[in-house]
Design a protein around this ligand. Sequence first.
Ligand SMILES: O=C(O)C(=O)C[C@]1(C(=O)O)C=C[C@@H](O)C=C1
Length: 261
Amino acid sequence: MASSAISSRDSGNSSQISLKSVREALIRLEDSIVFSLIERARHPYNAPAYDRLYLKSSGSSLAELFVKEAEHLHAKAGRYENPEEVPFFPEDLPSPLVPSYNYPQVLHPAGASVNITKTIWNMYFNELLPLFTAEGDDGNYASTLASDLVCLQAISRRIHYGKFVAEVKFRDAPLDYSSAINNKDKDALMRMLTFERVEEMVKRRVEKKAMIFGQEVTIEDKEDDNVDCKVNPSVVSRLYGDWIIPLTKLVEVDYLLRRLE
Ligand SMILES: O=C(O)C(=O)C[C@]1(C(=O)O)C=C[C@@H](O)C=C1
């Protein structure tokens, strides 16, 4: 299953994007998110990596420096040419060194600028990270931050994918959506784009993925059902229920409000 509904080389014409294909991409991104959290959980919290006082002269945390520098490198390699990728520090990014790739233009140009990376950054570092890492400091700040970067990118990509979900929903019912957009009626838009049954399925599925992907695999058959998971499955379900799904919906509403500009 492709991780993208629109940007793989053989995805063809952008008009073929459908609610089914964007939902399949969201399901594939669940795997990336769960695996990235498992990888980050190898290290304890490692507070100095996030403390601005740790790097005395710089005024930034090591985490901020790490992500900024990594994004510079990724920008040179063309990462942010893909409309699915949104940088955390868009200021002063270098131009790509690579020739441009012809990504299908699916999004409305005004909606393409929706960016809630600041909210995602605060949620990840202030709320989520303490929930799934052990207390402590093992000194491995570089590999810890490399894992944080992968988590942040996967979560951000999933949440900003709401733009594509919203575009498909708009194309499927342009008249209904246009009336709510023209009235700037956020509540109506939120109601129209919400499928509670789908949300419940997503939360149950990611909890199960965390349980299966996070098990210790042995060659003997296990009799014990109380397996320890590398990341608590209920934290992953909460991550989706409290943050990822609501923020995806926020992106969908923000995108739709700009859809007719
Ligand atoms: O699948 C959709 O229709 C989406 O908009 C995505 C999503 C989600 O974030 O998982 C968000 C809102 C819907 O209520 C259901 C699911």
